[in-house]
Design a protein around this ligand. Structure first.
Ligand SMILES: Cc1cc2nc3c(=O)[nH]c(=O)nc-3n(C[C@H](O)[C@H](O)[C@H](O)COP(=O)(O)OP(=O)(O)OC[C@H]3O[C@@H](n4cnc5c(N)ncnc54)[C@H](O)[C@@H]3O)c2cc1C
Ligand code: FES
Ligand code: FES
Length: 1332
């Protein structure tokens, strides 16, 4: 269909304003429409596939049948604009603004410190807002459900939850407003009265929620909906036509004529297919106005539910019916509710339809196994008539295929009541507890005659065990007609194992785990059925353990920090909690990120074309087809680069655009420029590259070791005589641990805009980077111009974590070539999938060790070998491997140590810096070694840790002297605050009593070196202007990426100039104002830039001294006015020349760090040994960060880094195919921690009375150190696994690699079900995914 065809006009209300679009393209989703057309850029794009919640908006519709208005949250990235005909949409801009009145949700999330980089904040705000529109006094469960689909990479969620908690009644206890101990649990009592305790925020000052102030639903839409509208709506786009019929008959006719045209309901299946798989539907049919699809009717045997009902509507309907019916009738309803609560996010469930879920026939659909087990059926209509089709094993015929004919329309779904003696359960296991497709999901039903344990009927349906929902018919046969007892069930497990087989290379991998899950889920069902039979007095047997779900209620937590000194000026903000200075802008959607900058005239969009081969010669590059496509302007190749075609990287080079050879899948070969992103994407898809594969690509660390594929130099560091020491030890043990990589998953993908100024080869670069100076240098070298022609501007970053330095410089260089060649502004914003594919992340590491120890726990010697998978370019890998070795000691004084560290060159995307810079990998190996020693000796791990800790005046293995006093204080305080000993004993008792759930506790310390070991990087500059009105503009070299550096600089300027923070403004970081800056990294940003800002302010304050002395009672403004009249310069630069740090690898000594940050963390988990699911019950962190400049910002860094570490060690899993293709390219496949992963009790204590002479105002760097403490959750899981293994008769050290996903944890438990599954012989098959 051509774009010229006349169609209907779309009418939708956005933020109360009517929007009429006469030419709406059905391919347009709401998100780009809001951002590009309406310039409502508050709604963010984080993934484009419904998985992150950054694009959350509220949709409101009037329902004529019930005369009610419904409000629900939805993901704008998957909402087709056409589907919104007659709806009202509210975005973050529509609920409040800093110019008028901010909404209480915006205020509370901001003031509770729930916004760091702020990129997730508008989505969080809108999820919470939609909840409050429906329920002004929500429960904590409502809140966690509402926020479950919103990802945040910065905060660790605790402050967001605390801000939202202030809306619920139950949260109004003494500490819901942050800080103080809780009246509810009576813990942690101290002598300090509650009033005296400093708090992170003051709930009393919050705006009240006033529902009467909300936008009203547009009356015009009510009238529109009431008027019976029989007109078919049609919208024509460039490639797609959208038809929206009004009656079932019309729908059926349309379907008959266009059997290939899909029905668009929630678009949660079709949308991702179009977007990510390039599927094109010339025609789509929207049945949203066909009322039969939404009808509900209750009959004697059950309920018919319209197939168009959203999953949320289905859930509410069932939840409403359950209490009204006898319990025995609602077994199936309750199983469905259980499943619905865990299916996708609330935003997905609010739009995804029941019919859509059934017909999409996902292999791991959560509803289909339950519907099928429960004997449900669908009513289908086509031109051939109406019929009912049973949802059973015959219904699902293949991957995404059902028995239905293409022209069939599912009108409704019948969900029957259950009978007495009939029990239905839905059990699932997923990589993340919530908002995650299941690994295995089930629907199980059994029916007994009254008073009997003999099985009358049984159905066992499984998802995730093949291309379709499957029925374990043979297993059912083995059970039917027999008594429900141990003998029958034991035979059933064997039958099930045989029946639901999976080949070792089955798609999705996790073969052993999936097979064992079928058994353990059946076992869980067994336990529940036995319980029911006992309750019904059918059996008298002594029952095995009653199944209990893992605890899930998030409790209020503690954040303790020290008061500022009593004599501190009340205006002086240093040391006080202060909200992130942009939090309100972020919460209102006003904060401008790189891609929010308005489009300039003639601007082009650039999409990268990347290699599909891991190691190959490029034999041809054909761009001719791409150039023919509408909107495509040009294609950039290496030949277009006027200057350096490669970036120098620590002795190696990285080509900007591959010319003759590619070294990984995802390497950039060329880039397509077009007038729009859509056209550029289509152009990129049309570029043809032909390759000649080169032999033997290297992917894994083992491959690299075998082929000695390393970057130089490899490093070695030693202390004492390791070889000799082994001879005198009581025991020697050899172990290893593998640590998977980690994707940065900054919420804002890589974004940049390069604008040619038009004369004298001048360029302005607006970019999301941690290191503006590097970008300036890279662009200048690429374009062969001087650095003075390139100005790099960084307003803020939506997260970075180390991932926006090196890769960003390469991307900026390519973008600048495009701007140079076309002389037009060029924007490049990666999509989530591209970003994950192209940019590397944290290095996977294999650590091996040989350790010698004495029987009393003293470790006498360790020999470590570290191998890091660096990928195809060196990047910063060698520096990272050096930092691993420099942290070999962690907190232990081991007399003899040797560490070897190699960076492996492989054919994967180049790995790079990531918060912690190798330390999280290195220390995991160290702590695992200590754990192994404890296990070999049968001693508690904390005792072995304690015995080996540095004591008294100490020196590291590279002879840096330091005092471990604060480490010991952290250790003792953490034990005290966490009630460590008592909880260990309680966990032990729990484990003795309970077979299938185990608790584990771990106490983990860290010593982290702050500053750059490369001395020249320890410098910073600042420029401070005072304007005639007394307002102050501060610029410095640090980039604001959520860590709050601008807020801290505002505090520094305020203290030094003795003025309120309201007079101090920070606009951006720019190479034009502060030159030659260093990266915002190494936890050193505040230390360095703070000193520079301080110096500039001191200079200015000194200059004012004569005026101040002359007029001591004058105001700041009067002094400034006078200074100007006296021709005193009101602008000053400040410079910080950091310590001369160094390290000599020959002599193996030096001073690579300015000082150490110490911390200790205690975590406790509860593990479900049958599924590997776990919950972190409690985490207590004690950090020594000197005197905090801003406790709220610092506690935010501690919680956020800990949560990122928790993700690294227990959750986040990169999956590569055997040919080096990254599978995990979005939040659906790669799980970062979500709200459900927050420790249920999450306490942070800043060590009191700590001082640090090496950093500004006695503070300490804190951005990175706590990440490693996330490993306390890993070690707690390991502790719980050890308890489970001991029930299976196993003791001593065992291998548990990270991330300790449910799969790994469950397999390590070695339960009888795991033992039943035969392990596949390594090497005998090609695995689906590689352990890189
Ligand atoms: C981020 C995300 C997370 C998810 N998590 C889960 C999860 O944990 N568990 C799970 O089970 N699912 C999950 N899903 C899948 C989701 O539940 C389904 O995509 C959804 O139910 C499909 O419904 P829809 O209305 O969006 O279908 P659409 O995408 O609109 O349509 C899908 C297909 O169904 C057909 N169809 C729709 N309605 C009818 C009808 N009435 N008659 C005939 N054909 C029809 C269409 O022709 C089309 O082919 C997730 C999806 C996303 C995007
Ligand atoms: S951008 Fe829509 S959910 Fe991620
Ligand atoms: S504040 Fe949530 S992603 Fe940065």
């Amino acid at each position: 269909m051509s774009a010229q065809q006349e169609g209907d006009a779309l009418c939708v209300f956005i933020n109360g304003k009517k929007v009429t679009e006469s030419h709406v393209d059905p391919e347009t989703m709401l998100l780009p429409f809001l951002r590009e057309k309406l310039r409502l850029t508050g709604t963010k794009s984080g993934c484009g596939g419904g998985g992150c919640g950054a694009c959350t908006v509220m949709v409101s519709r009037y329902q004529p049948a019930t005369k009610t208005i419904v409000h629900y949250s939805a993901n704008a990235c998957l909402l087709p604009l056409c589907q919104l005909y007659g709806a009202a949409v509210t975005t973050v801009e529509g609920i409040g603004s800093s110019k008028t009145r901010i909404h209480p949700v915006q205020e509370r999330i901001a003031k509770a410190h729930g916004s760091q980089c702020g990129f997730c904040t508008p989505g969080m705000v809108m999820s919470m807002y939609a909840l409050l529109r429906n329920k002004p006094k929500p429960t904590m469960d409502d809140i966690t459900q509402a926020l479950g689909g919103n990802l945040c990479r910065c905060t660790g969620y605790r402050p967001i939850i605390d801000g939202c908690r202030t809306f619920c009644q139950e949260g109004n206890c003494c500490q819901a407003n942050g800080g103080a101990n809780c009246c509810l649990n009576g813990e942690g009592k101290t002598n300090e009265s509650e009033d005296e305790k400093p708090q992170l925020f003051d709930q009393e000052k919050f705006l009240p929620l006033d529902p009467t102030q909300e936008l009203i639903f547009p009356p015009e839409l009510i009238l529109m909906a009431e008027a019976s509208n029989s007109q078919t709506l049609t919208f024509h786009g460039e490639r797609m036509t959208w038809v929206s019929p009004t009656s079932l008959e019309e729908l059926v006719q349309l379907r008959a004529k266009n059997p290939k045209a899909p029905l668009v309901m929630g678009n949660t299946n079709i949308g991702p297919d179009i977007k990510f798989k390039g599927v094109l539907h010339p025609l789509v049919i929207s049945p949203m106005r066909v009322k039969e699809l939404f009808e509900v009717s209750e009959g004697a045997d059950g309920v018919w539910v319209g197939a168009g009902s959203s999953l949320s509507e289905l859930q509410s309907l069932l939840e409403k019916m359950v209490p009204q019916l006898p319990e025995e009738k609602t077994e199936l309803f309750r199983a469905l509710i259980q499943q619905l609560r865990n299916l996708g996010s609330l935003q997905i469930r609010n739009v995804a339809s029941l019919g859509g879920n059934i017909v999409s026939a996902y292999p791991n659909s959560d509803l289909n196994p339950v519907l099928a087990a429960g004997n449900c059926k669908v009513k289908v209509v086509s031109t051939g008539g109406r019929r009912e089709v049973l949802l059973n094993q015959d219904f699902f015929v293949g991957f995404g295929k059902t028995i239905l004919k293409p022209e069939d329309v599912v009108v409704s779904v019948f969900i029957p009541f259950t009978r007495k003696g009939e029990y239905v359960r839905a059990l699932r296991q997923a990589p993340r507890k919530e908002v995650s497709f299941a690994t295995v999901t089930t629907g199980m039903r059994v029916c007994f005659p009254e008073g009997s344990r003999v099985v009358q009927e049984i159905s066992l349906y499984f998802g995730g065990m093949g291309p379709t929902t499957v029925n374990a018919t043979k297993t059912c046969k083995a059970i039917a007609g027999r008594p429900w007892d141990e003998k029958t069930l034991n035979e059933a497990y064997d039958a099930l194992l045989e029946e639901l087989d999976l080949p070792p290379s089955a798609p999705g991998g996790k073969v052993e785990f999936r097979r064992s899950l079928t058994l353990s889920l059946l076992f869980k069902f067994n336990l529940e059925v036995l319980q029911k039979l006992k309750e019904a007095n059918v059996i008298k047997d002594e029952l095995p353990e009653k199944l209990q779900p893992l605890p899930k209620e998030i409790q209020p937590s503690l954040q303790e920090f020290q008061h500022v000194p009593k004599d501190q000026d009340s205006q002086d903000p240093v040391g006080r909690p202060m909200m992130h200075r942009s939090a309100i802008s972020q919460a209102t959607g006003e904060a401008v990120y790189c891609d929010d900058i308005p489009k300039t005239d003639g601007e082009l969009f650039m999409v990268l074309v990347t290699s599909s081969r891991a190691h190959a010669k490029i034999t041809a590059l054909d761009v001719s087809e791409a150039l023919k496509l509408p909107g495509v302007v040009d294609v950039i190749t290496a030949n277009d680069v006027p200057g350096k075609k490669a970036r120098p990287m620590f002795g190696y080079e990285q080509e900007l655009l591959a010319e003759s050879q590619v070294f990984c899948v995802g390497q950039t070969v060329c880039a397509v420029l077009a007038d729009t992103k859509t056209h550029a994407k289509r152009g990129a898809a049309a570029v043809k590259i032909t390759y000649d594969d080169l032999p033997d690509p290297i992917f894994t660390i083992e491959d690299a070791i075998e082929k000695s594929s390393y970057y130089e130099p490899t490093r070695m560091l030693s202390k004492g005589d390791v070889t000799e020491a082994f001879k005198t030890c009581d025991g020697v043990y050899e172990g290893q641990i593998r640590l998977g990589g980690q994707e940065h998953f900054y919420m804002e993908p890589q974004s940049m805009l390069v604008v040619p100024v038009g004369e004298e080869k001048e360029f302005k670069v607006y970019i999301s980077t941690q290191w503006p100076t590097l970008i300036q240098e890279a662009v200048a070298e690429t374009l062969d111009i001087q650095s003075n022609r390139v100005t790099c501007h960084v307003k803020r970053l939506g997260g970075a974590f180390g991932g926006k330095v090196i890769v960003t410089s390469v991307l900026a260089s390519i973008t600048s070539v495009a701007a140079w060649k076309t002389n037009r502004a060029v924007r490049c914003v990666l999509e989530r999938g591209e970003d994950m594919l192209i940019t590397g992340g944290r290095h996977p590491v294999l650590g091996k060790y040989k350790v010698g120890f004495m029987n009393d726990g003293r470790i006498m010697a360790v020999d470590y070998y570290y191998y890091a998978n660096s990928g195809c370019f060196v990047d910063e890998s060698v520096l990272i491997s050096e930092k691993i070795l420099l942290h070999l000691d962690n907190v232990y004084n081991i007399p003899n140590m040797r560490g070897h560290s190699a960076t492996c060159r492989t054919n994967l995307p180049s790995n790079t810096a990531f918060r912690g810079f190798g330390v999280p990998q290195g220390l995991l190996v160290v702590e695992n070694m200590v754990n192994d020693v404890a296990m070999v000796l049968g001693r508690p791990a904390d005792q072995v840790r304690e015995v080996n800790m540095y004591k008294g005046p100490s020196a590291t293995h590279y002879k840096l002297e330091f005092s471990p006093e604060n480490l010991h204080r952290c250790w003792e305080l953490c034990k005290l605050k966490s009630d460590y000993s008592a909880r260990r004993q309680a966990a032990h008792r729990f484990n003795q009593q309970i077979r299938w759930r185990k608790r584990g506790v771990a106490l983990i310390p860290i010593k982290y070196g702050i500053a750059f070991a490369e001395s020249f990087l320890n410098q910073a500059g600042a420029l401070v202007h005072i304007y005639k009105d007394g307002s102050v503009l501060v610029t410095h070299g640090g980039a604001e990426m959520g860590q709050g550096i601008h807020t801290k600089m505002q505090q520094v300027a305020s203290r030094e100039l003795h003025i309120p923070t309201s007079k101090v403004f920070l606009s951006e970081t720019s190479t034009g104002t502060v030159p030659n800056t260093c990266p915002s990294a190494a936890s050193f940003g505040t230390d360095a830039n703070g000193m520079a800002v301080k110096e500039a302010c001191e200079i200015l304050y000194r200059r004012l001294e004569p005026i101040r002395l002359k007029d001591p009672k004058g105001s700041w403004e009067s002094w400034i006015k006078e200074a100007h009249l006296q021709k005193i310069s009101l602008s000053a630069t400040g410079f910080f020349r950091g310590e001369d740090l160094y390290y000599d690898w020959e002599k193996m000594e030096g001073r690579p760090y300015a000082y150490f940050t110490f911390g200790v963390c205690c975590s406790e988990v509860e593990l479900d040994c049958l599924t590997g699911d776990y919950r972190t019950l409690r985490t207590d962190i004690v950090m020594d960060i000197g005197r905090s400049i801003n406790p709220s910002v610092d506690i935010g860094q501690i919680e956020g880094a800990f949560t990122q570490g928790l993700g690294l060690y227990t959750l986040e899993e990169l999956k590569y195919s055997p040919t080096g293709i990254l599978y995990s390219r979005g939040p659906s496949q790669y799980k970062i921690p979500a709200v459900c992963d927050v420790p249920l009790k999450f306490n942070v204590y800043l060590l009191p009375d700590s001082y640090n002479p090496h950093a500004i105002y006695s503070s300490k760097g804190i951005g990175e150190p706590t990440l490693f403490l996330g490993s306390s959750v890993f070690f707690a899981i390991k502790d719980a696994v050890a308890a489970a293994r001991s029930d299976s008769g196993l003791s001593g050290p065992f291998l548990l690699d990270t991330p300790a996903t449910p799969e790994r944890a469950c397999l390590a438990c070695a339960s009888p079900f795991i033992k039943k599954v035969p392990a596949s012989e390594p090497g005998s098959f090609k695995p689906w995914a590689l352990d890189i």
